[in-house]
Design a binder for this molecule. Structure first.
Ligand SMILES: C[S@@+](CC[C@H](N)C(=O)[O-])C[C@H]1O[C@@H](n2cnc3c(N)ncnc32)[C@H](O)[C@@H]1O
Length: 284
């Protein structure tokens, strides 16, 4: 399959690879029906693999990310199901297979937003894999730096229905200004009782010493993609936009799920990723 994709969408390939690895375990935290097919179709073309020992680099990424992505996936799976909303929006869905694998309650609509090229590629994989969604799945090709709320509404999103929003693996790839516009748009479209969960990371790529030491080229590639994130602590940022946020620690969650933390994030301190779940504060 010929693959063309914006550079930033290749990051989705890395996490799909980690999900495929989880799927291979005898005691998986989840089954991902798309991940292996995504890797088979796109993996060898990833830009950071070009001209390198490709298998070595993928193996390295796998070692660095593996358990972390498994913990993150399980956490956000649990969040989406516990939210109990009839509408869910996967903001920057990438190759997320939740629409196909979660046990959604009846009548749930799941919207998937991402770059047009990434979603075109994904739809080919979905067709090839022959998987069927377990909800009403709506794909919304859009650039999140542009008027994505209009695209979402045009796709049938109902701003009067409580929504479970998810931004997993996204915020660092947008600038502070773009993230501010993103959260303003999300808030504007959120009915009372809506919820939001995000992955938050405030360390720049060069601040992850393990990665720098073993493969500076990967760090360099991420550095180019890094656009700034939200510019402050995630709970404060969400608080400013009307959300009451709770922070969860992937290291502790890893222990709960029986997974060791990734060596990249072994120390739960400054620069370690956090998972944040928030509720819209009711208007007075
Ligand atoms: C690390 S991947 C995460 C994908 C998915 N949430 C997951 O965890 O598997 C980042 C995703 O953000 C998307 N993305 C980055 N910038 C974007 C933008 N401006 N508009 C739409 N999607 C964007 C990329 O295409 C990619 O799919």
């Amino acid at each position: 399959m010929a693959v063309e994709m914006a550079d930033v969408s290749w990051t989705a390939l890395g996490v799909a690879m980690a999900r495929a690895a989880e799927d291979d375990r005898p005691d998986p935290l989840f089954h991902d029906p798309l991940a292996a097919a995504v890797i088979a179709a796109g993996g060898e073309h990833a830009p950071f693999a070009a001209g390198q020992g490709e298998a070595d680099l993928w193996q390295l990424m796998r070692e660095l990310m593996g358990d972390y992505v498994s913990v993150r996936t399980k956490y956000f799976d649990d969040y989406l199901l516990a939210a109990g909303c009839r509408q869910a929006v996967l903001v920057a869905a990438g190759f997320d297979a939740r629409a196909f694998r979660l046990d959604w309650p009846a009548d749930v609509r799941v919207f998937e937003l991402d770059m047009p090229q990434a979603l075109r590629f994904k739809e080919q994989i979905v067709e090839r894999a022959g998987v069927r969604p377990r909800c009403e799945r709506v794909v919304v090709p859009t650039d999140l730096r542009e008027d994505w709320p209009a695209a979402l509404r045009a796709a049938g999103f109902d701003p009067g229905t409580p929504t479970a929003w998810l931004a997993e693996g996204l915020l660092p790839y947008l600038s502070v200004a773009d993230n501010d516009r993103l959260i303003a748009g999300i808030t504007e479209l959120s009915a009372p009782e809506s919820q939001l969960s995000v992955e938050y990371l405030d360390a720049e790529p060069g601040q992850v010493p393990e990665l720098d030491e073993v493969e500076p080229q990967v760090t360099e590639w991420f550095r180019e993609l890094w656009k700034g994130g939200v510019g402050m602590a995630a709970d404060r940022w969400l608080g400013q936009h009307g959300w009451d946020a709770r922070i969860d620690d992937p290291i502790r969650l890893g222990a709960d799920y029986g997974r060791a933390p990734s060596p990249m994030f072994a120390e739960s301190g400054a620069g370690a990723p956090q998972f944040v779940t928030a509720r819209l504060v009711p208007a007075r």
